[in-house]
Design a binder for this molecule. Structure first.
Ligand SMILES: Cc1cc2nc3c(=O)[nH]c(=O)nc-3n(C[C@H](O)[C@H](O)[C@H](O)COP(=O)(O)OP(=O)(O)OC[C@H]3O[C@@H](n4cnc5c(N)ncnc54)[C@H](O)[C@@H]3O)c2cc1C
Length: 454
């Protein structure tokens, strides 16, 4: 039998028995909306494609999102999460894309191949054993996971009844289990808002949604459809400061917070409940990426990519929630189609030649400024129309996006409102990139600056 060493997320055989290997052009890790869109785009471009997915089914997190609101931009039709996913599952099944389901990817190894491009080996484990897939290009599409109680350090006892909102969503929508009878929700992100409504529809009394910030963090339509329509109170500038209960949650203590987000002594209030649902942020699932040598952006916690969504490791691309957290699956699809097409071009044309397409004299980093929380891509290596994504850190009614190079304004957008719940994107014209290069810049700054109204 092979002996396995799983340290650093890499698998090595020390081995008397060779691990079975299959060759593809493009290997996609993750079978959610990002992975499926990337795989379909790579297949359409003529690549031999494989998807490795740890669950038994394609669809990713959308399988448990049974509410409507998907597909409005992509299909011009309102679908539920499973309906949206099924449209892509059907397309994938109609191709010869190889599916490795129930297959957990353990590591990615990259080595110089004989034909001047890097060959990547993706090691996965499934009930039949260990398998290696080789490919010129890999697309990272592993999605993200939820922040937990320990990551926001809520004091108090540690009884049963504290769940992340997504876990409760899975219990109710997939496992047919009821997480509790009387819930408090911490965090007004979209998953928290949707779960407030879902719990109410399942007969779970929702005592309120509590939000640390002075504004709701989810989409406006979700505040209206999920809270206002069901008379569920939203308490802004308020957080949970203690969990109370021995075996099971009996109550939570909530407190108002000041402008520095610190609890205000004397404002404590005890809210009886048996369940605390946490909707306090998502973290891109990047352990595999880091082990493969991919550099992460500390702001997005996803990979630093260029305009074609290629990471700093040649031939490894990233898209979807593993790259940066998206609020709409439709945007995940559009982005991932770009990553899949670019991965296929890389795999089929050959690494060195594809890199030659990038203008070697163009190497710009992209940094956020003002109230922009991040800017993506983090690098631009070609003078071409480039899609820029960003998110603001606080809501503003009037602000302007500006692009600066060597301190000079080379682009200015319209004055308008921005919200942290909405991921923004706009096309940066090639001539702006050329102007930055003409100014001798090595960095462009995407600045979102509040504008004083006259
Ligand atoms: C709990 C939760 C609820 C959400 N609810 C909504 C909602 O209601 N509406 C909405 O528009 N958006 C929602 N989102 C956002 C939603 O995740 C995105 O719109 C979209 O699903 C992201 O697609 P993705 O393919 O990047 O990630 P996912 O859908 O998460 O897919 C990633 C896939 O990668 C697989 N994977 C991860 N690691 C490995 C590995 N090592 N090996 C093999 N496979 C692996 C996972 O099993 C998963 O299937 C929610 C997100 C979460 C986390």
């Amino acid at each position: 039998m092979a002996t396995l060493d799983m340290r650093d997320g890499r698998a090595e055989t020390g081995a008397t028995e060779a691990v079975q290997t299959q060759a593809f052009d493009v290997i996609v890790i993750g079978g959610g909306p990002a992975g499926m869109a990337a795989a379909l785009a790579a297949h359409k471009a003529g690549a031999q494609v494989a998807i490795a997915e740890r669950e038994q089914h394609l669809g990713g997190i959308l399988r448990q999102c049974i509410h409507p609101g998907f597909g409005l931009s992509h299909f011009k039709q309102e679908l539920t999460g499973p309906e949206y996913a099924q449209r892509f599952i059907d397309q994938v099944r109609a191709t010869d894309i190889a599916l490795f389901l129930g297959s957990m990817v353990l590591g990615i190894d990259s080595s110089e191949s004989t034909e001047d491009a890097t060959l990547h080996t993706v090691t996965l484990m499934n009930p039949s054993g260990m398998l290696q897939l080789t490919g010129r290009a890999v697309v990272l599409a592993m999605g993200c996971r939820e922040r937990t109680r320990s990551e926001i350090k809520i004091p108090g006892s540690r009884p049963a009844g504290v769940f992340t909102a997504g876990l409760a969503q899975r219990y109710i929508n997939i496992e047919n289990l009821k997480p509790g009878s009387r819930a408090v929700i911490l965090g007004s992100g979209d998953i928290g808002l949707i779960m407030a409504r879902r719990c109410t529809l399942e007969g779970i009394s929702v005592e309120g949604v509590y939000e640390l910030m002075p504004y709701a963090n989810g989409l406006r339509r979700n505040v209206k459809n999920c809270l206002d329509d069901f008379d569920i109170p939203l308490h802004l500038s308020t957080t949970v400061t203690r969990v109370i209960g021995h075996d099971r949650v009996e109550a939570v203590e909530v407190s108002q917070v000041d402008e520095r987000l610190a609890p205000i002594p004397g404002t404590e209030r005890v809210v009886p409940c048996d369940t605390l649902l946490l909707s306090v942020g998502l973290i891109p699932e990047n352990e595999l990426s880091v082990a493969a040598g991919v550099e992460l952006d500390p702001r997005t916690r996803g990979a630093v990519v260029d305009q074609s969504l290629q990471t700093g490791v040649p031939g490894i691309f990233a898209c979807g929630n593993v790259l940066h957290v998206h609020d709409l699956a439709d945007n995940v699809t559009t982005e991932s189609e770009r990553a899949g097409a670019a991965a296929a071009a890389y795999a089929l044309v050959g690494g060195a030649e594809t890199n030659a397409v990038a203008d070697t004299s163009c190497e710009l980093t992209v940094s956020p400024a003002g109230i922009a929380g991040y800017a993506l891509p983090g690098r631009i290596t070609a003078v071409a129309l480039t899609k820029l994504n960003f998110r603001v850190r606080r809501p503003v009614d009037t602000a302007r996006v500006r692009i600066l190079a060597n301190g000079e304004e080379v682009f200015a957008g319209k004055v308008r409102a921005f919200k942290p719940s909405v991921m923004e994107s706009f096309p940066l014209p090639a001539k702006v990139i050329q102007r930055a290069l003409d100014l001798g810049a090595s960095e462009i700054v995407l600045s979102v600056d509040p504008v004083e109204e006259a």
